[in-house]
Design a protein around this ligand. Structure first.
Ligand SMILES: *Cc1c(COP(=O)(O)O)cnc(C)c1O
Length: 220
C-alpha cells in the first residue's frame, strides 16, 4: 500500500476527537513530503538530531512531536519549535524544558509519560509519582510548560486483553489527573496511546493522539 493510501485508511477509522501523528523516525524526508502532500501536518521523531535536520529542510507549518527519551542537555536544540513533547517522566526534565522554553519566550506543551506495560524496558511515571509532581511547589512555579495530558505504551504482545487492560489503566490515570488537578484547564485533553499494532484497541479506550509509523511508512 502507498503511504497516501495507508494514511487515508487510518484517517477514515478515526473518530472526530482523535488525531493521527505520523511517526517518521528513521524514514527519509521524501516520505514525509508524501504524507504532507495529502494534508498530514503532525509528525513525530524520537532523536533530537534527526528531528532538527528534518525541521530545517521541511515546511515550517509541520507540527513536530517529540516521542523519545529527551536528555536535558539536548532540549535547547528543539525548544524553539517543538509542538508537543510526549515523554516527560520527571520533574527534573520538566524544569529543564521550562528553562529552555523561557529562553525562547514560549510555552512548551508536554505530556506526562506513564508506565503501564508489564515490561521493564518502558519509561514512565506511576500515578502517585505524577500526583506528587503536579502538587509540588516547583511544578506550580513553572510558567513556560503546560501539561496537555498523558502518554503511554502498552506491552508489545499479541495478547489483546492485556493491551486493552493497559490502555484502560492509562485512560483512568488521565481521568483522575483531569478531575483532581486539571479540571479547569481546557488544554489538558490529550491521551496519547496506540501505535501501528495496537491503535484499534487504543481507540476503544479514548485515545486522542495515535502515534503510527510502520503502518504508514513501512518496516524500519
Ligand atoms: C516508534 C514509536 C511509535 C510508532 O511505532 P510503529 O510501530 O512504527 O507505529 C510510537 N510511539 C513511540 C514512543 C515510538 O517510539
Amino acid at each position: 500500500m502507498s503511504i497516501q493510501n495507508a494514511i487515508q485508511t487510518i484517517q477514515a477509522e478515526l473518530p472526530e476527537n482523535a488525531q493521527l501523528v505520523a511517526v517518521s523516525k528513521t524514514f527519509p524526508e521524501s516520505n514525509i513530503e508524501q504524507a504532507y502532500a495529502i494534508g498530514v501536518r503532525d509528525f513525530a521523531e524520537n532523536k533530537v538530531q534527526e528531528l532538527t535536520g528534518k525541521y530545517e529542510h521541511l515546511p515550517k507549518d509541520i507540527r513536530w512531536h517529540f516521542i523519545g527519551h529527551l536528555q536535558t542537555n539536548k532540549i535547547k536544540y528543539i525548544a524553539s519549535f517543538v509542538h508537543l513533547i510526549h515523554g516527560v517522566d520527571s520533574l527534573k526534565l520538566l524544569i529543564a524544558i521550562n528553562k529552555e522554553a523561557a529562553k525562547n519566550d514560549r510555552i512548551i506543551p508536554c505530556l506526562l509519560q506513564f508506565y503501564i506495560a508489564q515490561e521493564d524496558t518502558k519509561f514512565g511515571l506511576t500515578l502517585s509519582e505524577a500526583e506528587e509532581l503536579v502538587q509540588s511547589e516547583e511544578f506550580k512555579n513553572l510558567q513556560n510548560v503546560e501539561i496537555h495530558g498523558v502518554m503511554g505504551m502498552a506491552s508489545y504482545t499479541n495478547n489483546e486483553t492485556q493491551v486493552s487492560t493497559e490502555f484502560e489503566q492509562l485512560a483512568a490515570i488521565f481521568k483522575t489527573l483531569k478531575i483532581k488537578f486539571f479540571a479547569n484547564k481546557a488544554y489538558f485533553k490529550e491521551l496519547s496511546m496506540g501505535m501501528s499494532h495496537d491503535y484499534h484497541i487504543a481507540l476503544q479506550h479514548g485515545a486522542t493522539l495515535l502515534r503510527i509509523g510502520s503502518t504508514i511508512f513501512g518496516n524500519r
